[in-house]
Design a binder for this molecule. Structure first.
Ligand code: F6P
Length: 401
């Protein structure tokens, strides 16, 4: 708890020194970002501080024309809105900034510009709201002496230092609703419907929404799948008179011994785009079973629109907690939910480990008990889950921002 006397951090006292803090949102957008910005602004404003809105992630600190001092009117009516009023980017990286030249795109280190502009703007601190990529950049700046505080965001829920990130609950709700809709049409046509969902290298969205939405098969990166096990589950359902099946596939799901499926190569400074595994799985199911099979990709619908109540509340708690950390001059930290409190962890720890679905997870066990297949014969045949082979986490090089 950020005000707990136990950890030696007393509640804030009115401060005489007026601070100037910057706030930016980096990486892919996610529902709840505006709740963070609003809460951070209002908390800082109540302390009498000024808040600089920095646009398009770190780009605004490279080109300061993309900055503006926020006013109360800027954050009015944004609590329930999706996206980010500051704009964001997952294309650029200040330490490897893509610059077009006659011979093509070259990557330049523009971190000195960021530090110089931070000083020029007379900022006392910077709040970086981002996923593991943006937070890793924040950590690099923290090591260079910039007073930085991180706020974790991602629909993927893959940051290990926080129990959950805002955006995840909204994404799960969107996928669950899609599954409800797919059920009726799958049933009418006696089809297999395959839904590809986001989550990059982790299966949190697929697992939570798959269980909540009554999926029959859930394929996640943590459990490599065997298409024959997928087909076995569909056939088992048919034997029980269930003539349709719903399959949820995380975009990063991999067949046993296989690789992730990408739809686009990485461009300079960016990252390769996952996609296509749903189509591939649907094609194989159709070919092997002869059943009518359709696939769809939910894509960015999972990131758009209004945040759920949970995400608004968590975003609000994170935003105000970040400013409280600034008040206490506790830089180099990231706010984190450690239920029931919002607390903080060193940024270093926050970005050190990707949070993957543990194979002994209670949700996995419940799903297994219900007969949901994870495309593994170990799971389908009822063998102990420990027999399921975990896949090594992917290289940290493929970070999100
Ligand atoms: O990290 C969030 C996320 O939505 C991933 O789930 C997905 O792989 C990626 O971002 C998509 O990024 P982009 O917005 O660049 O398509």
């Amino acid at each position: 708890m950020l005000y707990s006397r136990k950890d030696g951090h007393p509640p804030p006292m009115p401060t005489k020194k007026k601070k100037r803090i910057g706030i930016l949102t980096g990486g892919g957008d996610c529902p709840g970002l505006n709740a963070v910005i609003r809460a951070a602004f209002q908390t800082a404003h109540n302390f009498g501080w000024d808040v600089l809105g920095i646009e398009d992630s770190f780009d605004g600190l490279i080109d300061t024309r993309k900055t503006r001092w926020l006013k109360p009117a800027d954050v009015r009516g944004i609590l329930h809105t999706g996206g980010t009023i500051l704009g964001t980017s997952n294309k650029t990286h200040p330490f490897r900034f893509p610059v077009k030249t006659k011979t093509g795109v070259v990557l330049q280190d523009r971190s000195r510009d960021v530090v110089r502009n931070f000083k020029k703007l007379k900022l006392d601190g910077l709040i970086v709201v981002g996923g593991d990529g943006s937070l890793a950049i924040a950590l690099e700046f923290s090591k260079k002496g910039l007073p930085v505080i991180g706020v974790p965001k991602t629909i993927d829920n893959d940051l290990s230092a926080t129990d959950v990130t805002f955006g995840f609950d909204t994404a799960v709700s969107v996928v669950t609703e899609a599954l409800d809709r797919l059920h009726t049409t799958a049933q009418s046509h006696r089809r297999v419907m395959v839904l590809e969902v986001m989550g990059r290298h982790v299966g949190w969205i697929a697992l939570h929404a798959g269980v909540a939405g009554g999926a029959d098969i859930i394929l996640i990166p943590e459990i490599p799948f065997d298409i024959q096990a997928v087909v076995a589950k569909i056939r088992e359902r048919e034997r029980r008179g269930r003539s349709f099946s719903i399959v949820v596939v995380a975009e990063g799901a991999v067949p046993v011994g296989g690789e992730e499926t990408y739809q686009a190569q990485a461009v300079a400074g960016g990252q390769a785009r996952l996609g296509g595994i749903g189509d591939a799985v649907a094609a194989q199911i159709g070919e092997i079973t002869g059943n009518e099979t359709r696939s769809l990709v939910l894509g960015h619908l999972q990131r758009g629109g209004q945040p759920t109540t949970f995400d608004r509340l968590l975003g609000t708690r994170f935003g105000s907690a970040a400013v409280r950390l600034a008040l206490q001059d506790r830089w180099g930290q990231m706010v984190a939910l450690v239920p029931p409190d919002v607390t903080s962890v060193p940024l270093e720890k926050a970005v050190s480990e990707m949070k993957r679905v543990p194979l002994d997870s209670d949700i996995l066990r419940a799903a297994g008990d219900l007969g949901i297949s994870f495309g593994s014969f170990n799971n389908a045949s009822g063998e102990p889950r420990e027999a399921v082979t975990a896949r090594a986490p992917p290289a940290r090089a493929r970070r999100k921002r």
